[in-house]
Design a protein around this ligand. Structure first.
Ligand code: 13P
Ligand code: SF4
Length: 333
């Protein structure tokens, strides 16, 4: 990509569900994109972006775009001195846990997550006292302090296999109660006998979907392929053709020939696929994550030039040691 016009050719087909890019917009964005490319060289920095962030980051300055597990592995493998994590805080914290000696920056001040914010480390410590024989399994959508209280971490791409393979019969899964219910359903389907307790968090983006949306879309488009994220209600996931992480959904769409696709997840995934695979048709609704969508190119410039205190990810040594062990058990599984 060498000019504002190239940028426009890349972004002009972005679905209007999130942001519409005109040539004028691209002329304004282009100098900032060039500045970020130069700063990355100067600082030996890499930009990791989740698929949910805006296309003007995903399709331009991002060195790697993926789901939580892929981004964690990329954070572990990089030789860069600085990692800019264009996503949400728990993901940037994961990068810091895996790279304590590197500078990790999070561009946006609005970097929470309704799941990660639903439980504290003190609450997990209390639950551990109440359920002393349970293995504590945390979703990656948790703070480093919560991970430090847990035995093993999982992501949406490995949750079922890791839970099934654990030797423990009694599991406390946190913080996503809907993913917890999906785990219970999948373990029952696989004939794996475990007691699965959950806490009460939900993703405010994925809990919006209702089964009647699926019925409506299937009625209108009988050959549609419907894919859902495991943060959706079990009533949704049981009606879908495929359930998986954002990158697993992306791979499934790229690898199949359906007349239409309905993705029950944040709008960024259908946006990304619409640009990468204009031959595919996406129908139905999608929902927006205000935290992911708050990342901007200007914030990345600030992070790489004169980072604000909230942009610098730091973790105390005790939390660092315990939370890293929790993540490393997942990466080694
Ligand atoms: P993935 O790991 O599937 O990308 O999920 C992250 C997330 O926050 C989904 O809401
Ligand atoms: Fe958190 Fe939901 Fe946003 Fe994912 S989509 S970052 S789970 S609030």
């Amino acid at each position: 990509m060498n000019s504002a016009n190239d940028l426009y050719q890349t972004l002009k087909n972005t679905p209007t569900s999130t942001r519409h890019y005109t040539l004028d917009d691209c002329l304004k964005l282009w100098p900032t994109i060039q500045k970020i490319q130069a700063l990355k060289q100067e600082k030996n920095a890499i930009i990791l972006a989740h698929s949910y962030v805006h296309a003007d980051i995903v399709s331009t300055v991002a060195d790697y775009v993926g789901d939580s597990l892929e981004l964690s592995r990329m954070a572990q493998a990089t030789q860069a001195d600085t990692i800019v994590f264009s996503a949400v805080r728990f993901m940037a914290e994961t990068a810091k846990l895996l790279n304590p000696q590197k500078t990790v920056l999070i561009p946006s001040p609005i970097n929470g997550c309704s799941l990660a914010d639903s439980i504290t480390a003190d609450e997990v410590a209390q639950l551990r006292r109440e359920y002393p024989t349970s293995a504590f399994v945390c979703y990656i959508n948790t703070s480093a302090a919560v991970k430090a209280q847990c035995d093993i971490c999982v992501t949406s791409s490995n949750v079922y296999d890791i839970v099934a393979a654990l030797p423990n019969d009694d599991i406390f899964f946190l913080p996503d109660q809907l993913m917890g219910k999906n785990i219970q359903a999948v373990m029952a389907e696989r004939g794996v006998e475990k007691t699965i307790r959950t806490s009460t968090g939900t993703c405010y983006v994925h809990e919006e979907y209702t089964p009647d949306m699926i019925d409506y879309v299937r009625d209108k488009h009988p050959e549609v392929m419907i894919l859902a994220h495991p943060e959706c209600h079990p009533e949704i996931t049981q009606k879908c053709d495929f359930v998986g992480s954002t990158s697993q959904m992306l791979a499934r769409v790229k690898g199949t020939q359906a007349p239409q696709y309905f993705l029950l997840t944040e709008c960024g995934l259908a946006n990304r696929l619409s640009l990468e695979r204009p031959d595919k048709q996406f129908i139905g609704t999608c929902t927006l994550c205000r935290y992911m969508k708050s990342n901007t190119l200007d914030q990345i410039v600030t992070a790489l030039t004169n980072p604000k205190p909230y942009q610098q990810v730091t973790i105390d040594p005790e939390t660092q040691a315990k939370a890293t062990a929790c993540i490393q058990r997942m990466l080694d599984a």
